[in-house]
Each structure stands twice: as C-alpha cells, then as structure tokens.
Design a protein around this ligand. Structure first.
Ligand code: 25A
Ligand code: L14
Length: 352
C-alpha cells in the first residue's frame, strides 16, 4: 500500500482553509488522518472531509503531535507563532501567509516554476506559499523568461475581495444587498453607487461599485506591502534579483479571481506568436486570446479552476522587446489552496 500522511489544516474555517480541505479531497491526496485547527471561535464546529465529520480543534502549540504536513492559512501572526511549534513536532509546514516568505532559510515555491527549491525545507521545516498575485504572474512569465530573461515588469492588479478572507466576501455581498434594499443608489446628492450608511470591517471604504488602490498596509516608499510582495517574491521565485518590478495593486468588487495587466520588457525580442506558442505548451497555463471572438481571460471564468489564463497578448508599441498581456487566476485556488497542495504533492513525491 502506498504511504499516507497525517495532515493538519490551520485556519480550516477560513476562505482558504475550506478550499484546502476541498482540494486535498479533489486531488486524492493520500491523507491517513486530518486535523482541522482554528481559533476558539470555531472550536467544536463540525466540518466534512471525505464523507466524514471532523471536529474543529483550537490551535495550540501542542496541536501537531504525529502530524506529517501542516497547511497554514490563519494569518501571518499565527504563522509566526505556531509554525515553529509544528516544525519542532516533526511536521513540514506549508505556510500560506506572508510571515516566512522572505526568510532566506525558507523556500518560496510555485511548483510549475521552481519545484527544486522545495529541498530547502529541511533548514526550518517550513515552505512558504507565495502571494496570490505573484503566483499567477510567475506561472505565466516563467515560460517566457526561459526564452528570454525579463528586465522589467510593470503590473497593475484587479484583486478579488476573497483575498482578504471570508469577512470581506461577506462585506461585499452585504453592501450590494444594502444598495438594492435602499433603492439602488437613489440617494439624493450621493453617487449612484453609494450603498448608504455602512459599518466597514474589511476595508476602510465601500468596495461595492468601487476600486481601492490599497491592498495591505502602506510603506515608507509609497508602495503598499502587497505591491512590494510582488517585487520581492517574483525575484525570489524566479531566482533573479535583477528583474525590476513596479506594481499597483487594486481591490475591485469581484468575489473570486485576480486579474492583472502585465507589461514586460525582455532582453531579446519575443514575438506575439512565439509567446503564444510558449504559453500554450506551459504547465498550468491556458491561453484564451481571440479578441475577434471576444475571447480573453475573465475572473468569473477562472473561478473554480486551477489554471492561470493568459490573453490580450500583444506587442508593446512603446518600447523594444516589450509585451503586454492580461493574466487571470482563481486567487483562492491556484493563488492559495491548490498551490499549497501541489507543494505537498511534490514534497511527498521526493522527500517524505
Ligand atoms: O494576517 P492577518 O491580518 O491575521 O489576517 C489574515 C486574514 O487573511 C485571510 C484570513 O481570512 C485571515 O482573516 N487569509 C490569510 N491568507 C490568505 C490568502 N492567501 C487569506 N485570505 C485569502 N488568501 P479568513 O477569515 O478567511 O480565515 C481566517 C482563518 O484563520 C483562523 N484563525 C483566526 N485567528 C486564529 C485562527 N486560527 C487559530 N488561532 C487564531 N488565533 C480562522 O478561524 C479562519 O479559519 P476562526 O475560527 O477564527 O474563524 C471562523 C470564522 O470567523 C470569521 N472571523 C474571522 N475573524 C473574525 C471572525 N469573526 C468575528 N470576528 C473576527 N475577528 C471568519 O470569517 C471565519 O469564517
Ligand atoms: O500575502 O487581501 O498572501 O488580497 C494576499 C491577499 C495578503 C492579503 C498574502 C488580499 C495575502 C491579500
């Protein structure tokens, strides 16, 4: 009989945690035993895995006895505090938060891009899952990079609210309901999109019918932390610190699926035809690019799938060796849960 593993999901009741449980099942991950961990709030709650009820337990430092693989998605502070305990107990942690990503002793892995880096898990017992916006970008750019190195990337993102967890999904839904209940924005003197008095929890402003150029906290250099994750994580995953990246990350009123407008300058020319050919062959990528048929990647089509979709591939008319493209993926699946489970698959295939 092939080997099975004891798996813990930390943050099991959250948007990503729930998807991790689903993806483990969908991909037939060899689980001997699953442990679902969350905060005290969810203690005792029952969740389903492979047709059985599993009771959610409170996360604690001694939660990890006998656990082989611990998938973490309960926020950076929980990862900082509890991942070392899990590793000490002998588990390999695959962490979805930003806590460990830039630690030189922690590999940052996208299986289609740098699976070899997984071997570095031995130093700390932790593997980091990259930021969702970065994952889909590097999945699409790596096959092009292998043809010609990338000098510079300018990216603007259109990020779904699910990136900030269940409470943000609930908030967008509630704002839209309020807008309808209160008369579809017919509030004299206010904008058409105004949803009325509302207590914002997930964001500082209304997100329905709006765009917020603000994801994660602002830093001293004027960028947000989310934008700098795209700079630093791209370089680490691609193993090339010379790649210049400038990002603007924007929250849009979409539930699932991040979209990105990406402009790239390559060292040598890649024609549109060549880029398409490389992307069509690339693992995890689907090219959707037939403007005459109104065919291009869209968040609502990416939702529920594990592909990174690329379209609107065109030559940048403003510079040499430049390409523009539009890249979309489900941020909770390829951007988080699926990528983490794929790392776990590579881990057991070669190391455990
Ligand atoms: O880094 P931060 O600031 O701590 O925030 C991280 C946030 O980002 C989400 C995650 O959302 C979290 O809120 N997240 C992290 N990485 C993500 C990624 N790559 C990501 N989202 C998208 N993409 P979430 O709310 O969906 O999931 C949170 C999970 O973490 C568990 N958790 C929280 N605190 C914990 C803890 N587990 C152990 N110990 C702790 N101290 C959390 O479990 C959930 O599984 P829970 O039991 O607390 O949540 C059950 C439900 O309660 C809601 N909720 C969350 N916070 C509050 C809340 N309800 C009321 N008040 C709150 N303060 C959640 O919506 C959840 O459904
Ligand atoms: O760093 O709110 O993985 O969309 C990515 C999504 C942080 C939150 C990370 C969001 C998260 C972010």
């Amino acid at each position: 009989m092939s080997k099975e593993y004891s798996v813990a999901v930390v943050g099991a009741t959250g948007a990503v945690g729930k998807m991790m449980i689903k993806v483990l099942d969908e991909r037939d991950f060899p689980v001997s035993n699953i442990k679902l961990l969350a905060s005290e709030r969810s203690q005792g709650k029952k969740m389903r895995f492979r047709g059985e009820d599993v009771v959610v337990e409170k996360l604690d430092h001694d939660s990890f006895d006998g656990v082989d693989i611990a998938l973490f998605s309960a926020g950076a502070s929980r990862s900082l505090e509890f991942a070392p305990s899990a590793a000490r107990a002998g588990a390999v942690v695959i962490d979805n938060s930003s806590a460990w990503r830039m630690d030189p002793d922690v590999p940052l892995v996208v299986p289609e891009v740098n699976p070899h880096a997984i071997s570095g898990y031995k130093k700390k017992g932790i593997i980091a899952n990259p930021n969702c916006s970065t994952i889909q970008m590097v999945v699409a750019l790596k096959p092009l990079y292998d043809y010609s190195p990338i000098k510079r990337i300018v990216v603007s993102t259109y990020q779904a609210v699910s990136g900030s967890g269940q409470k943000a999904i609930d908030e967008l839904e509630e704002e839209i309901k309020q807008w309808v209940i209160k008369g579809c924005g017919n509030d004299p003197g206010k904008s058409k999109g105004y949803v009325g008095e509302f207590e914002y929890k997930a964001y500082p402003h209304q997100i329905a019918f709006n765009c917020l150029p603000h994801i994660d906290v602002f830093l001293e250099n004027g960028y947000t932390k989310e934008e700098m994750k795209m700079v630093n994580e791209t370089r680490k995953i691609m193993e090339d610190d010379s790649i210049m990246v400038s990002a603007t990350t924007v929250r849009v009123p979409v539930f699932f699926g991040h979209s990105e407008a990406v402009n790239c300058q390559f060292e040598r020319e890649i024609t549109v035809e060549k880029a398409r050919e490389l992307l069509e062959k690339a693992e995890g990528v689907k090219v959707l690019d037939d403007p005459e048929e109104n065919l291009y990647p869209m968040a609502i089509k990416a939702e529920g799938t594990d592909y990174t979709y690329v379209g609107r591939i065109r030559k940048d008319i403003s510079q040499e060796n430049g390409l523009d493209m539009w890249i979309v993926a489900d941020n909770i699946r390829k951007g988080a849960a699926t990528n983490a489970v794929q790392i776990a698959e590579k881990l057991i295939e070669s190391y455990l």
